[in-house]
Design a binder for this molecule. Structure first.
Ligand SMILES: [Zn+2]
Length: 64
């Protein structure tokens, strides 16, 4: 299992790629959060641009 910091960097890097495409859009919502699901910890990044009709989401499992 990779280290937590590596996982979060990976997630943020991919997030920023999508986020950059919609930086100028008015109806942009995005967040990176940590969540407990099915007994495991997950880092979740999501981005939704209502103006473009785009939603992107990625879940990465964190080390216990
Ligand atoms: Zn957009």
């Amino acid at each position: 299992m990779r280290h937590r910091a590596c996982i979060l960097t990976d997630l943020v890097d991919s997030f920023e790629g999508y986020f950059a495409e919609h930086r100028g859009c008015a109806a942009l919502a995005a967040a990176i959060v940590e969540a407990e699901q099915r007994g495991a910890a997950w880092a979740v990044a999501w981005m939704e641009c209502a103006g473009c009709g785009v939603r992107w989401e990625r879940h990465l499992k964190l080390p216990a």
